[in-house]
Design a protein around this ligand. Structure first.
Ligand code: G1P
Ligand code: ZN
Length: 541
């Protein structure tokens, strides 16, 4: 074992999804090592502990995994369970952390950000419940990165991770496992695989786009091998270090190939995509796009069709900017519905306390208490199981849902890479004017209330402040504004727009048209275009 002297880089603060940086930043001498040692120290060391390790297959992942193995061994860890080839999807890692009763794990991913030597890399620590490290740990990591002076590493080669099986690295066991099997088995326990096999046997056509990222091998095993969907159902199924140049973010902009197929002639019955590390999903039917907020609501309304949720949900949760579509379902089913700040970690406490079994975000993330991360393929299987159970296609399911619950028209507009000072000044001004907004009339809309969201966790009473600006209009429409915490370049302003229309009629408008008055009112109140000189958002979802 060698102790290497090092000096701190400027303090490295992990966000809600770990530390994300340009790959070349992580590749600098001592950078990854500093961050990993800070993480080990922040959790009280890893002596005698068992950890899970793996990532989404992006460039530098295997090399980083080997460095981390040498450091874990030098820090006295007992065992590291690592996916073959250093592969593990985020939900699969969460599952292993839990079911193998480990002390936690490290996930190597920058999620939906592009991969490659000139793109992004990331490192995230998950705690023993399988969920992202709580703020007290990420804060401790940050503090340690400011003063770190040495790290421990074994001066020998790490296993190449090509074969499954156990080897020793110093006194530590390296257990290389098939990354897919345990996860696929868990899906088989949750869903009605017989019903899904019949669906495919009867000619149901699906396109799963894995976007050259980590879900490829999982999707091939589950859909093509176990459910016997035709070979070729999964496209872009081989994980590549640069994701084949794709931007593996499952939304209409980045999953445009899938969109074109589902919106075109001879579209399959069902389409889905997932992101770099497999925790996000997008759901499509022929000529039908399901917004993530609506997807959460549909899943909540139909969960009882799925064996694991047959006896009903414990409760549901959504992030604040996510539309209130699921709230209407919760109300009608008599379920508790929690509104949390953006980011998956806030759901973990509620799930650990047995208060909710289903949660989701507008940002293409849906999940349940089977793991402590959002789970892309799980969401796809929920939809398949609901389609099989109801005997209806995606479009019919959506129109029935809107008839019953009404429709929350919804869209998110992103302005990317804004100068940080400009974005902060704009929201700072808005903060100063919040109390003057109620009563203001713009277009046909009157501001009913305006505030900055803060959240008190109902389980541990911890408080998260400054979680986004909300402007509510009379009649239930609203706009939410917040700055992204995951961007790697400048500031990204997210504007979330929502308007509720009760069922059963008038529900077929294009969301951008339905939301036009709110979009104009927002510009009048906040002046995003006027202040940034932009002509419109960079990404609309
Ligand atoms: C984004 C999403 C958020 C999600 C996070 C991690 O964060 O908006 O819902 O939890 O990625 O996937 P943001 O960049 O908005 O801070
Ligand atoms: Zn992700």
């Amino acid at each position: 074992m060698t102790t290497i002297k090092t000096t701190p880089f400027e303090g490295q603060k992990p966000g809600t999804s770990g530390l994300r940086k340009k790959t070349k930043v992580f590749m600098q001498a001592h950078f990854l090592e500093n961050f990993v040692q800070a993480t080990f120290d922040a959790v009280g060391g890893v002596h005698d502990k068992t950890l899970v390790l793996g990532g989404d297959g992006r460039y530098f992942g295997k090399q980083a995994a080997q460095t981390i193995l040498r450091m874990a061994a030098a820090n006295g860890a007992q065992r590291v369970i690592v996916g073959q080839g250093a592969w593990l999807s985020t939900p699969a890692a969460s599952n292993l952390i839990r079911t193998r009763q480990t002390n936690g794990g490290i996930i190597l991913s920058a999620s939906h950000n592009p991969g490659g030597v000139d793109e992004d890399f990331g490192v995230k620590y998950n705690a023993e419940n399988g969920g992202p490290a709580p703020e007290r740990i990420t804060n401790a990591i940050f503090e340690i990165t400011k003063t770190i002076s040495e790290y421990k590493i074994l001066e020998c080669e790490a296993p190449d991770l090509a074969e499954t099986g156990e080897t020793m690295l110093g006194d530590m066991v390296v257990e290389v496992i098939d990354p897919v099997v345990a996860y696929a088995d868990m899906m088989e326990d949750i869903f009605d695989f017989d019903a899904l096999r019949s669906l495919f046997a009867n000619g149901f056509r699906m396109r799963m786009d894995s976007m050259c990222a980590i879900t490829g091998p999982y999707a091939v095993e589950i859909f093509e091998n176990r459910l016997r969907a035709p070979r070729g159902t999964v496209s872009h199924e081989v994980p590549l270090e640069d994701f084949g140049g794709m931007h593996p973010d499952p939304n209409p902009t980045w999953a445009h190939e899938l969109m074109a197929e589902l919106m075109g002639e001879n579209a399959p019955d069902f389409g889905a995509a997932s992101d770099g590390d497999g925790d996000r999903n997008m759901i499509l039917g022929p000529h039908t796009y399901v917004s993530p907020s609506d997807s959460l609501a549909v899943i909540a309304a139909n969960a009882k069709l799925v064996p694991a949720y047959q006896s009903g949900l414990k409760g549901v949760a959504r992030s604040m900017p996510t539309s209130a579509a699921v709230d209407r379902v919760a109300e009608s089913l008599g379920l508790d519905c929690f509104e949390t700040p953006t980011g998956w970690k806030f759901f973990g406490n509620l799930m650990d306390a047995g208060r909710v079994s289903l949660c989701g975000e507008e940002s293409f993330g849906t999940g349940s208490d089977h793991v402590r991360e959002k789970d892309g393929l799980w969401a796809v299987l929920m939809w398949l199981n609901i389609i099989a159970g109801r005997g209806q296609g995606v479009a019919e399911i959506m129109s029935d849902h809107f008839k019953r619950f009404g429709r929350n028209y919804y869209s998110r507009h992103d302005y990317e890479a804004l100068p940080i000072e400009q974005a902060e000044a704009m929201l700072g001004d808005l903060r100063g004017r919040l109390k003057d907004l109620p009563g203001m009339v713009v277009e046909d809309l009157m501001v009913a209330n305006a505030d900055e969201f803060s959240y008190t966790d109902p389980v541990d009473q911890s408080v998260a402040e400054g979680q986004g600006f909300r402007i509510l209009f009379t009649g239930g429409s609203r706009v939410v504004l917040r700055l992204s915490g995951t961007g790697t370049e400048g500031a990204t302003l997210r504007i979330y727009l929502e308007r509720y229309v009760p069922g059963p009629d008038g529900l077929t408008e294009d969301p951008q048209d339905a939301l036009a008055p709110i979009i104009r009112a927002t510009e009048e109140i906040v002046g995003v275009k006027a202040r940034t000189g932009r002509i419109g958002p960079d990404v609309i979802t």
